[in-house]
Design a protein around this ligand. Structure first.
Ligand SMILES: Nc1nc2c(ncn2[C@@H]2O[C@H](COP(=O)(O)OP(=O)(O)OP(=O)(O)O)[C@@H](O)[C@H]2O)c(=O)[nH]1
Ligand SMILES: [Mg+2]
Length: 253
């Protein structure tokens, strides 16, 4: 089974992408399941085949421990680690080819505490890839774009698996989307835009960070523009995923 983890900031489009990728695979007659790892979500745009909410009840946690919604969410997210064996069993029992794993909305609770990386590293599959969604509505300035890439790099540091950056919601972003893609491909274009808002030591620091990120091997600023509504970019994304999964299998042989 190939595991695809979908991560990104709150509201960046993780759940809708999980749903639209699953539909895409199913149309291609691939056996795919959707896994919901968000204990706090009320409604989902897909029918989860494996759902952490059957193991972790947020309302019950609030009542049992007299916690407010934020405290209960932290507790619930930390509890995900203790359910690793059950999640693995449920995923394996489907014997699907792909599992698309939708992660909790609050990325800091999932990626920057112990539980998320423990589950991401602990779940076993033939191959694993992590998608990080850069929301094109948020990444519209060079400062915001760099901030999201740095966040993506820190998620990469924590999760320890191949990672692709996606630029989400490009159908909404208009011409800004092409500008962001240009920044991702060409450091000079990024630096030119950054020079409009930063100068001196700050400019030097941020341009060095950006160039450093671009040199990374496990991580790069190559970014796949996608829309979960129009499916723009899906052919390129699925092609890249299939190359990554085949490369993983070849390495195992
Ligand atoms: N136009 C457009 N809207 C999108 C796209 N992807 C997501 N959305 C919308 O953005 C909002 C958030 O999408 P979700 O899929 O719930 O995002 P999420 O990252 O799962 O959100 P949380 O789990 O709450 O952090 C919803 O209103 C979606 O309909 C897209 O590609 N295009
Ligand atoms: Mg979600």
């Amino acid at each position: 089974m190939n595991l695809i983890f979908v991560t990104g900031t709150a509201g960046s489009g993780k759940s809708l992408l999980t749903s639209s990728m699953a539909s895409w695979y199913r149309e291609k007659s691939q056996d795919v399941i959707c896994v919901n790892l968000d204990p706090g979500v009320l409604s989902l745009p897909y029918d989860p085949d494996v759902d952490i909410r059957t193991q972790i009840d947020l309302q019950q946690i609030m009542a049992d421990y007299s916690l407010g919604p934020n405290g209960a969410l932290i507790f619930a997210n930390d509890l995900i680690a203790s359910k690793l064996a059950t999640i693995q069993e449920e995923i394996d029992s489907t014997a699907a080819d792909f599992a698309i794993i939708d992660t909790p909305g609050q990325i800091e609770l999932f990626a920057f505490r112990e539980s998320g990386p423990f589950v991401a590293r602990g779940l076993q599959g033939e191959s694993k890839v992590l998608l990080f969604l850069v929301d094109s509505l948020v990444a519209s300035t060079p400062a915001n774009f760099l901030s999201l890439l740095l966040l993506s790099a820190s998620v990469n540091l924590r999760m320890g698996m191949p990672q692709l950056q996606l630029l989400s919601k490009v159908d909404l972003a208009g011409p800004v989307a092409s500008e962001i893609i240009k920044w991702g491909k060409d450091s000079t274009a990024f630096e030119e835009s950054l020079s409009g808002i930063k100068s001196g030591d700050e400019y030097t620091l941020y341009t060095q960070l950006f160039r450093g990120l671009r040199k990374g091997t496990a991580f790069s600023t190559n970014i796949f523009p996608i829309s979960s509504y129009t499916r723009e970019g899906f052919i390129a994304l699925m092609g890249e995923l299939s190359r990554d999964f085949n490369a993983g299998e070849e390495m195992e042989e």
